[in-house]
Design a protein around this ligand. Structure first.
Ligand code: IPE
Ligand code: MG
Length: 231
């Protein structure tokens, strides 16, 4: 969800107004995703590296997460949304981690859209954690290094129980991953748009879905092999 700052600057407003405005897009996109039958939506709200931002902006964003959770959780629950947060919780303040845990517990049994919020998240951080778990198991004699495979690495990742993303959408014009789900995005389709996040609405999401619908996903196979499977 990129482009909040530029959205504000274009209007000669402070950056925090852009972040606040971005929350409206979150609401609309979560609703649209649920309506379109999307099962899993992961929003990259705040990266490990975003802690480098000025202290005021970081604390404003943390306050905005807390406020938005407080305001939205009941409604999400009513709409059968299951909420999850991934990222370094030890870098968040207590009020926020408590609210996140409460929201996860409240919505744990919902079976509609799974909404994952990536906060204080980094793809490298995630892979490092998984690696550490593997090393611990090897050191404890529970795992033979020869038995380490992709499933072993996956089993230590934050999103180990979710399918890999089919589609990545990045708003705000940059064409890079910026340390999002590095492992999980291996075969995702990528949709980059210049639309700034606070302007990103249902029609933009639908454009991305339309693009996705036209992709042939080969996962390394040839087009001919895929045709043969269809017959
Ligand atoms: C994305 O918008 C929001 C967060 C990273 C929290 P930015 O704040 O990165 O907006 P730009 O890139 O400055 O426009
Ligand atoms: Mg940005």
């Amino acid at each position: 969800m990129d482009g909040n700052g530029r959205w504000a600057r274009k209007r000669a407003l402070p950056r925090h107004v852009g972040h606040r405005s971005g929350v409206k897009s979150v609401r609309e996109i979560v609703e649209t995703a649920a309506k379109r039958g999307v099962k899993y939506l992961t929003l990259f709200a705040f990266s490990s590296e975003n802690f480098k931002r000025p202290r005021d902006e970081v604390s404003m964003l943390m306050a905005l997460f807390l406020e938005s959770l407080q305001r939205e959780v009941e409604e999400l629950h009513k709409n059968n949304v299951r909420l999850r947060c991934v990222g370094a919780r030890d870098r968040l303040n207590l009020a926020l981690t408590e609210k996140i845990s409460a929201a996860e517990a409240l919505t744990a049994d919902n079976d509609g859209l799974t909404l994952v919020l990536a906060v204080a998240y980094g793809g490298r951080w995630d892979i490092v954690n998984s690696t550490r778990r593997i090393a611990e198991r090897v050191a404890a004699g529970e795992l033979d290094p020869d038995d380490i495979d992709e499933t072993t690495v996956e089993s230590g990742l934050e999103l180990r129980d979710l399918p890999d993303p089919d589609l990545l959408i990045r708003t705000g014009g940059e064409k890079r991953i910026s340390n999002f789900l590095l492992w999980n995005l291996a075969y995702s389709e990528m949709w980059f748009t210049d639309v700034l996040w606070p302007d990103f609405r249902q029609r933009d999401f639908d454009d991305a879905l339309e693009f996705f619908g036209k992709r042939q996903r080969r996962f390394g196979s040839t087009p001919e092999q895929l045709e043969a499977v269809k017959c």
